[in-house]
Design a protein around this ligand. Structure first.
Ligand code: GDP
Length: 436
């Protein structure tokens, strides 16, 4: 997500981190690199200019807080100003509520409705979805397939053309349901009758929240959509989708922050778990490479609620093959591994792409291989020599390469965990300095 913005921001900060004195020239150089990085990510020019002026002024005029050196002071200012640029986060309740979804066709509204249903369901709430998109022929089928995957009931009628009728009945049907999400129709452009229909649905459903779904690739135009829908139904939260597919997501992110409603969630992938609560602090920390333990902890909590498994074991102590297997299982439940890893403060550490690629078939194979190992080998894979590799592969009926692959994977994970423990420490220290 926004990988190129992230690496240019990190590069810009690295330059200043290498300096012993931070003078006007250094601040100006930093600001220039930041400007370039933000403009490339499509953040609005005016916002970028405003941000650079604030950073320059504060860095040169403000006294560093006690105990903080000049360099840390500048980094902190950059961090704070970027958080301010994104605007605040929209409110998400974990209680009884109806949510009305708005957005244009193709924005990702239907997919996001299902992702949200999943999100609230994982929080332990009873969820129901109403399909009020009577315009697009396949909408009901698409939504019911997605909802069936996660066992969320859906109300709708593909033969009914009157969306208002469906909403009325759906609300009755889900009277006992805690979270009701209404997916509405979208078209290619903001047509007047589309707007009128959502105004009518809003009056009937009287939802607690009215959320707008926006495609990240829209960039600056996001502000215009937010404004139009806001005039119609008072949008109180924005979901930005497809952040995985564009390097220009900075446009939509910052454009929306200009409107009154904050961002509530970010969609960064096509699977039902690719939805993240938006938190500007965490988002910027991650962009700047400081990791985001908060988002990870939130996910870990959900999985633990499901599984009663101590995910935090990942962050401490001895790491055996048995632990690795258990953690792989857990991590797979937390969502795509790559996404989970990007939330960890791994600093600049590169993890090979194939390390993410642990499919369930592979997991099965790992399990068979591990079944042929002795307890001593599982507890201390270091002792697995060449002859042991052959013995294990014969026992498991796999090729020696398969055993070696498992061991290689183990070493990658072990290194990653070591790196994480180190950076977790330094991040805590950093956060303390940042007054968090
Ligand atoms: P709707 O017309 O607004 O209901 O849009 P859909 O939910 O049908 O989504 C349109 C397309 O965008 C589908 O192919 C989705 O799989 C895809 N999509 C939705 N959200 C995301 C996302 O966060 N990332 C990616 N890569 N694709 C997405």
């Amino acid at each position: 997500m926004l990988d190129s913005l992230s690496s240019s921001l990190k590069d810009a900060l690295k330059k200043i981190a290498g300096k012993t004195v931070v003078d006007r020239a250094a601040v100006e150089e930093l600001v220039r690199s930041l400007q370039r990085a933000l403009l490339q990510a499509d953040v609005n020019v005016k916002l970028v200019m405003h941000l650079s002026q604030s950073i320059k002024r504060r860095a040169l005029e403000e006294e560093p807080p006690k105990g903080m050196n000049l360099r840390e002071h500048v980094l902190r200012i950059v961090y704070q100003e970027l958080v301010a640029l994104m605007g605040g986060a929209g409110k998400v309740d974990l209680s009884q509520q109806t949510i009305l979804m708005a957005g244009l066709q193709g924005s990702g509204k239907t997919t996001t409705t299902a992702k949200l249903a999943r999100y609230f369901q994982r929080k332990g709430l009873k969820v129901g979805v109403i399909c009020a998109d009577t315009f697009r022929p396949g909408a009901y089928k698409q939504l019911s397939t997605l909802c069936a995957k996660v066992n969320v009931p859906i109300f709708g009628d593909p033969t009914e053309k009157d969306a208002l009728l469906i909403v009325r009945e759906g609300i009755k049907r889900f009277a006992e349901t805690e979270v009701v999400i209404i997916d509405t129709q979208g078209r290619h452009a903001l047509e007047d009758d589309l707007i009128q229909e959502i105004i009518d649905i809003n009056e009937i459903a009287k939802p607690e929240h009215r959320w707008l779904v926006i495609d990240a690739a829209l960039g600056q135009q996001a502000a215009e959509q937010a404004r139009r829908f806001n005039e119609a139904i008072e949008i109180d939260g924005v979901l930005i989708t497809k952040m995985d597919g564009t390097a220009k997501g900075g446009g939509a992110l910052s454009a929306v922050s200009e409107t009154k409603s904050g961002i509530v969630f970010i969609g960064a992938g096509e699977t039902i778990d690719d939805l993240e609560r938006f938190d500007p602090d965490g988002f910027i920390s991650r962009l700047l490479g400081m990791g985001d333990l908060k988002a990870l902890a939130e996910r870990a909590e959900e999985v633990m609620a499901d599984e009663e498994m101590d995910v935090n074991a990942m962050l401490r102590g001895k790491f055996t093959l048995r632990d690795m297997y258990k953690q792989l299982e857990t991590v797979n439940k937390m969502g795509p591994l790559k996404q989970v890893m990007s939330m960890l403060p791994l600093g600049g550490m590169q993890i090979p792409d194939d390390a993410y690629d642990v499919t369930s078939t592979k997991m099965e194979r790992y399990k068979v291989v591990m079944d042929s190992m002795t307890s001593a080998e599982l507890d201390d894979p270091q002792i697995i020599s060449g002859s042991r590799v052959h013995r294990i592969s014969r026992g498991a009926g796999v090729a020696p390469e398969d055993v070696r692959e498992l061991l290689k994977y183990y070493r990658v994970m072990q290194r990653a965990l070591k790196g994480m423990r180190g950076s977790k420490f330094s991040m805590q220290r950093m956060m303390k300095r940042f007054g968090k």
